[in-house]
Write a protein that binds this ligand. Structure first.
Ligand SMILES: [Ca+2]
Ligand SMILES: [Ca+2]
Ligand SMILES: [Ca+2]
Length: 488
């Protein structure tokens, strides 16, 4: 006898009551271009909606029209300050713009939000860069990351930005924020802001071609502090209900441009993408270590949604060949549906207007635990009534995908075993909340068909130990499997 397990599509009611996950969830990413010229400027602007740049309302209107359930915003200045009600820029954009009807659109309410400090505009010179925003102290490391002969530690210039952990003329420029209608498991968020580039095995560290030493663009001191993430890499677990967690994997790798023949930004862009491509594969997540010191990546068969502006098109642009294909050719990522502007009658899959149009913004689901219902890019073509709304708001377009959570057998069934018992076979396993189970059988493991075993009831105890007994009287081979479905 052999036991196999497979997910099943039809549902069987079970006694345990448990909230089912939603039938469908819309995830989105949007590079909103909501960065400003100085620290605090965005905070002031979002605090005073009447005098805010009109682009802020356009960005909010686009988000309202797309109406995502979970959204990553790129290029949104990080700022630790709060107003008298304790609201940050992330809250102010919500309360003053997203939660206010824009141009007749339905207002949105994201009860859950997340942001954290990025690497942009933080100098290795500031020993206390994880502390409060104060004048840079002198205890840190002097670096010349862009090799222009100057170790710039005074904020406010491009040269300063180039000598920071991530490019930014001031602290927090080009940050990120997550808005969600589903609870964010904040205490389980993993950030990888501090991870060093040199600690990626086989990292594409840049080289000075005129010197014999390999990969010597950065000296030993600089490599000792150079971080791979130009903004940050966040694993944000979203609780979709019914015990279903989606790991929202957020990042915003550097553009591959603004460098020289050494292509240090192209190489960093490639490895920033690689960091996630490895993170979602247990065989390759051998080096990951988060900012809290915990190692490892996502276990097999984990639901995730990769989101963000990755500054790499699968086939065009200035990124290193194959950089984006680390995602679009990844065996654990569902790339069967490529978002396009089809709702606007356009077949284009571009998401950004520069360089003649590129696909650089991604919302990519795991193959495990999701099926794709629909996807799109908010890009009304020229002549469409909404064309200027999109083009004036940002140089990027919002990308969305509708996902249906599916049961994952690895989550629903553990420790499956079978044993003879008084002329019968007793099949036992560890069950999980939120699933209904059935026992199925077939006489032909290859061809099937699989059918429910008449009269066999899977009993799930209060401690979720589960068992089902089946008579072993019939001659010949019989194969059994446990099927799990969400309790509707
Ligand atoms: Ca420099
Ligand atoms: Ca060299
Ligand atoms: Ca380059």
């Amino acid at each position: 006898m052999s036991i196999v397990t497979r997910p099943l599509l039809f549902l069987v009611p079970l006694l345990h009551a448990f909230a089912a996950p939603p039938a469908q969830v819309r995830f989105a990413t949007f590079n909103t271009s909501l960065y400003r010229d100085s620290l605090g400027a965005l905070f002031v602007e979002l605090s005073n909606p009447a005098s805010a740049n009109v682009k802020v309302k356009k960005v909010a209107e686009i988000i309202q029209r797309a109406a995502p359930d979970v959204l990553l915003v790129n290029e949104f200045d990080w700022d630790p300050q709060t107003d008298s009600q304790g609201r940050t820029t992330v809250d102010l954009f919500h309360d003053h713009f997203l939660a206010v009807s824009q141009n007749g659109q339905a207002a949105l309410n994201f009860a859950y939000r997340y942001t954290a400090k990025p690497n942009t505009g933080f100098s290795p010179r500031d020993k206390n860069e994880d502390g409060l925003i104060t004048a840079a102290d002198t205890g840190g490391v002097l670096v010349d990351f862009n090799n222009n002969g100057q170790k710039v530690t005074t904020a406010g210039t491009r040269e300063y930005g180039d000598d920071c952990f991530g490019f930014g003329e001031f602290r927090g420029k080009y940050g990120m924020a997550v808005y969600s209608k589903f609870p964010i498991q904040t205490s389980a968020v993993r950030t990888f802001r501090r991870f060093l580039w040199k600690d990626i095995p086989g990292a594409l560290l840049p080289d000075i071609s005129s010197t014999p030493a390999p990969q010597d663009w950065h000296d030993t001191t600089e490599l000792g502090v150079f971080r791979i993430s130009s903004k940050s890499h966040w694993d944000v677990p979203i609780d979709l209900g019914g015990g279903i967690i989606a790991h929202f994997l957020c990042a915003h790798p550097t553009p591959p441009t603004f460098d020289g023949s050494e292509d240090r930004n192209g190489k960093r862009n490639h490895d920033e993408i690689r960091f996630w491509a490895d993170y979602i594969d247990p065989a390759r997540s051998t080096y990951h270590r988060d900012d809290a010191g915990n190692s490892g990546g996502l276990p097999v068969a984990t639901r995730f949604v990769l989101a963000g502006d990755y500054n790499a098109d699968p086939s065009r642009g200035e990124s290193i060949a194959g950089a984006a294909r680390q995602f679009t050719g990844h065996p654990f990522i569902d790339n069967t549906v490529v978002p396009s502007a089809s709702l606007f009658g356009s077949a284009s899959t571009n998401t950004a207007s520069f360089s003649g149009g590129l696909r650089v913004d991604y919302v990519l689901p795991s193959r495990a635990g999701f099926s794709i219902a629909a996807a799109g890019v908010f890009w009304p073509p020229a002549g469409h009534a909404l064309a200027t709304l999109a083009s004036e708001a940002s140089d990027h377009r919002l990308v969305w995908i509708d996902l249906r959570p599916n049961p994952e057998i690895a989550e629903a069934v553990a420790g499956l075993s079978a044993a003879g018992e008084n002329g019968a076979v007793r099949i036992a396993f560890r069950a999980s909340p939120g699933y209904a189970y059935t026992l199925q059988e077939t006489a032909d493991l290859i061809l099937g068909p699989w059918q429910p075993v008449p009269g066999a009831v899977v009993n799930v105890a209060g401690d979720f130990s589960a068992a089902v007994t089946v008579a072993a009287s019939a001659p010949g081979f019989r194969f059994f499997r446990i099927a799990a479905a969400f309790i509707p």
